[in-house]
Ligand binder design. Structure first.
Ligand code: BG6
Length: 494
């Protein structure tokens, strides 16, 4: 199914997100025949650039970041000629009026029926004024649909998120807004739904009768790189917790929707987010959430700087680069089942894994002292490796009574010929099709913020109480206590 014919406006077209993710995604969609032949892209940014220079940027970005190689020159030119550039100051309506004229010319050229897709790869502080100027400049008066695609962070807390939303809502209706959480664009996060709802051996067990705990790990080896300025103000809880971690948790914990329609899925997810047990006092937060910052450390024989030595980071910063939490979804299905989540920078491996640990079988004949039976695990590997694996117990071959754990491993990303689309490809395609399933609806965003705000508020009362961990390690020791109090431990990730 091809996307409907539309003009894509990329605000922030000279920035990192456009270069690393958006241009390559558009090219991949084009190469796969998913993009309507009569599409156009107008890159918008402040810097002056000719169309030729812009197409050269585009070329470089595809060479560097796209999973498709550029084909023959003729094919390339046919693709690149759909791209134009417009330099404008986003605070100045006149520029938007010029943009409107340029748009009408390009729409006529390709016979595009007025569908406009506004992608804001900009700082969120600018979303409001860009939206207002789009309207003031007449950009919303086309004859087709208008859609707004925006990136995180969606606010700094509930209050600022509300304000941001109100600004955008002046111009765009909720069903025209596509808030990206790129984790929802990942193949294996989308697969959670299928694994759960299409398999007779998971869904019946998917509750507190059979699952003892769930662990979600999102570890990164990188530090803050060149984003110290943003990150020092944000920290791990806001950067990863409010969005990616809670979204994955919601996908794992939601009730089966009555239909697989975007609204039904959002309804179920928001119920999960609202059922999260809120930690209201600093004592509750202390007992259930650990925060830490990396200090100097070592990895593969190389010395790694501490967070406070990183570029654009306050040398006395107390910002957390790691957090782990023990959460509860207080509803019928999950009563009493802890969800442990952890994420951090400068950990030993880059991985995202969801581990579902099942309850042990009732006392049985194998529970003699010679056997150390392990619980069954279902592991969903989200990235960089994609796959699923199940750990079961089986008889050791050749022995009459010995039992060993055995892994049934499906590695999707190892299969030759499988080249999973990047998150941004499927998200751009979905938004162009008008499918908001894997975007976050406002009530999800706000429920996630209200949960996170309590933790952030408790932390703010005691700003220096941040644990430390050496860069390249698995975080502070306190993180183990979260699980030990329930008799569990973190399963090693791959
Ligand atoms: C982003 C965060 O949302 O996700 C970054 O702002 C983080 O800090 C990134 O590095 C991780 O994404 P991925 O897809 O590389 O795991």
């Amino acid at each position: 199914l091809q996307t409907p014919s539309a003009v894509f406006f990329i605000f922030g077209a000279t920035g990192d997100l456009a270069r690393r993710k958006l241009f390559p995604a558009i090219y991949s969609l084009y190469r796969e025949g998913k993009l309507a032949e009569d599409f156009a892209v107008i890159g918008v940014a402040r810097r002056p650039r000719t169309n030729e220079e812009f197409r050269e940027d585009l070329h470089q970005s595809i060479i560097e970041f796209c999973r498709y190689k550029i084909g023959a020159e003729e094919d390339w030119n046919r693709f690149a000629e759909h791209f134009e550039y417009k330099s404008l100051d986003i605070n100045n309506v006149a520029g938007f009026q010029e943009l409107k004229e340029q748009t009408e010319v390009i729409e006529t050229k390709y016979g595009i029926p007025g569908n406009r897709f506004f992608f804001l790869a900009l700082a969120p502080e600018l979303f409001g004024s860009v939206s207002l100027n789009l309207r003031a400049g007449g950009m919303m008066d086309g004859t087709g649909w208008n859609r707004l695609v925006i990136e995180k962070p969606f606010g700094y807390d509930l209050e600022s998120a509300r304000k941001l939303n109100a600004e955008i809502n002046e111009v765009f209706k909720e069903d025209e807004i596509y808030r990206i959480d790129h984790y929802l664009g990942k193949e294996m996060v989308q697969n959670i739904e299928v694994i759960r709802f299409a398999n007779a051996f998971f869904e019946p067990l998917w509750n507190n009768q059979h699952i003892s705990n769930i662990q979600i790990t999102l570890s990164e080896t990188v530090g803050v790189e060149e984003r110290g300025g943003y990150y020092d103000h944000s920290g791990a809880l806001r950067d990863m917790g409010q969005n990616h971690m809670l979204q994955m948790l919601a996908m794992i914990a939601m009730e089966p929707p009555s239909r697989l329609l975007p609204e039904d899925i959002h309804d179920e997810k928001v119920k999960v987010l609202r059922s999260l047990r809120a930690y209201m006092t600093p004592e509750e937060v202390d007992k259930n959430v650990v925060r830490a910052q990396y200090g100097e450390g070592e990895s593969k024989g190389k010395t790694l700087p501490g967070y406070r030595q990183e570029d654009k980071v306050d040398p006395a910063s107390n910002t957390e680069t790691y957090f782990a939490a023990r959460l509860f979804v207080d509803n019928f299905r999950w009563s009493g089942v802890p969800f442990y989540i952890r994420t951090g920078k400068r950990l030993p491996v880059k991985t995202t894994e969801i581990i579902v640990e099942f309850k042990r079988t009732p006392t049985n004949v194998y529970l003699g002292q010679r056997h150390n039976l392990e619980p069954n695990l279902l592991v969903i590997r989200v990235n960089p490796m994609e796959g699923i694996y199940i750990k079961i117990n089986a008889k050791k071959p050749g022995s009459d009574s010995e039992i060993q754990p055995l892994a049934m491993d499906f590695c999707q990303s190892c299969m030759i010929g499988i080249n999973s689309p990047e998150a941004y490809e499927s998200l751009i395609e979905d938004a162009a099709q008008g499918d908001s399933t894997y975007f976050t609806r406002w009530d999800e965003v706000s429920a996630a913020w209200s949960f996170i705000d309590h933790i952030a508020d408790a932390w703010a009362q005691n700003p220096t109480d941040v644990k430390s961990y050496p860069a390249g390690s698995w975080g502070p020791d306190e993180t183990h206590l979260l699980l030990q109090q329930d008799g569990y431990h973190w399963w090693p990730v791959n």
